[in-house]
Design a protein around this ligand. Sequence first.
Ligand SMILES: [Zn+2]
Length: 255
Amino acid sequence: MTGHEPLILALAAVLGLLVGSFLNVCIWRLPRRESVVSPGSYCPACERRLTWWEMAPLLSYLALGGRCRTCRARISPVYPIVEAANAAIYVAALLIWGWSLHALGVAIFGSLLLVGGMIDGRHRIIPDVITIPGLVAGLVLSTLNPAIGFWGSLAGLALGGGFLLLVAVVTNGGMGGGDIKLAAMMGAFLGWSSLVAGLLFGFIAGALFGGTLVLLGVKHRKDLMAFGPFLAAGGLAAAFWGPDVVAWYLRVLWG
Ligand SMILES: [Zn+2]
């Protein structure tokens, strides 16, 4: 089975949407220290419990026109975007790596990055409940993946955590503990060589975005910006293109 069959891809998309819907619950509740299991989903504005069809990912947002059915409060478009993005990651992983452990690893990694990046973007924190289990999952999955292996994963973990710790010390608090643990988790999933590409992507994206905001006068140079979203975006890019970037770089280096 290659994983390219339309039915399998459709199942991956549906699973991606459903998990994405749960990620939205985590993005809303984890920073507020609420349980992600109970109570059931509610409207953040009127706190009315949602009926089952109002919780259907993507479709309910479209059917309701982006508003709560009773209080008419606007529902953030971030919800359907997170669901669609998660589904896209699952389908892309299946298309590229087929029905494999590697595809499963990229799917789990992508979901963790979505939650971590989104929470950090909104609240400037990355809860340990995402990064610590993620770090363990990354170590286990990479150990089972001959392309990375236990030592490649552990080296990535140490390099990611160590490098961000160094940046945190040098910039005197420009990075938080959450960023350090996120980078360590990324290293555990990616292995050390792809992690380097991921950090590079993340720092370039953060510098371009931050620099643009300063140039446009939206932000002052001294304003602190959450770095987690860029780190997460870099990690996601590296999951898909990291090995290609590393291979390209080695070709350039060695001719
Ligand atoms: Zn409402």
